[in-house]
Design a protein around this ligand. Sequence first.
Ligand code: PHE
Length: 342
Amino acid sequence: MSDSANIDDTLNELNKEIESASLHSDESIESFRIRFLGKKQGRITGLMKRIPEVDPGDRKAFGQRVNALKSRAMERIETAQNAAQTQAVTSNDLDLSLPGRTLPEGSVHPLTQTHRLIIRVFESYGFTVEEGPEIEDDWHNFTALNFPPDHPARDMQDTFFIEAPSDKHDGILLRTHTSPVQIRVLQSQKPPIRVIVPGRVYRNEAISYKSYCLFHQVEGLYVDENVSMGDLKHILHVFARVLFGEDVRMRFRPSFFPFTEPSAEVDIWWKDDSLPGGGRWLEILGCGMVDPNVLSAVGVDPERYTGYAFGMGIERIAMLRYGIEDIRILYENDERFLSQFA
Ligand code: PHE
């Protein structure tokens, strides 16, 4: 190793080869490594071995140049390996550097939203939530509620019977309203009673845009000494303001239910410029003072206690609040409908 010009050429040549090698596959990287850095035949390895043979005066400079070539070759291998890895990842359609996908947000069903809102209003007035069975007997659903034996609601036309009335018992049915829970609560609790009862009810009705064989009601019952019709009007007015806005107009219209006396239906004024008069009255619930016969049927002294009760359909109120025109869409689970309530 005395001919320094020759050595210079060799090193320059090697440098050029290292820089120009194309390293696009695992195979080309591996053969590059063997060619330059291989333990036995590697050209850089060969030069390293020969460092001790170099003239002491040139040895340091030569060693440095060989080492620089070695570093450079290793650098090229590393860069090429990284590139190959990234390429493998992208060719699998998996880019780990992509930001995460946002999950679509779910929505709460409009019936559930309405149900929760109704419950919240009455809970803030000290009502507690109670529930009762959907399969009822005739006594809780009708008799104890002061329905006369020949009342049309007891007809199979209106009520789904599970067991028709017979000599042994007077019928097992799907409850037609949440009012039987009034009876169950009055049987199991002592006044003062202040409960709110949400639940599913069933009616054997022709299915149309405004009625379905199954729907939801919320029942309210307040029994104590000195409960008055004024208390009832007040709480229902609060309720209507929360659900339909501060300036809601409402009216009590005399009505009839076997289990309340007097009874009323509550209407709210529905603004609609396309109607003559600019709107119309829409019924939202039934209510009244608990009939003394009902209190007597469950052993509560009607001389001492009075009470009010009300019952409303959740579907009806949800349809008004959201402008839904066909009740059936509430049960279809159509994503296009439900996603509007996010
Ligand atoms: N249960 C009655 C109905 O389903 C509503 C109601 C409840 C009326 C309580 C008065 C008092 O129509």
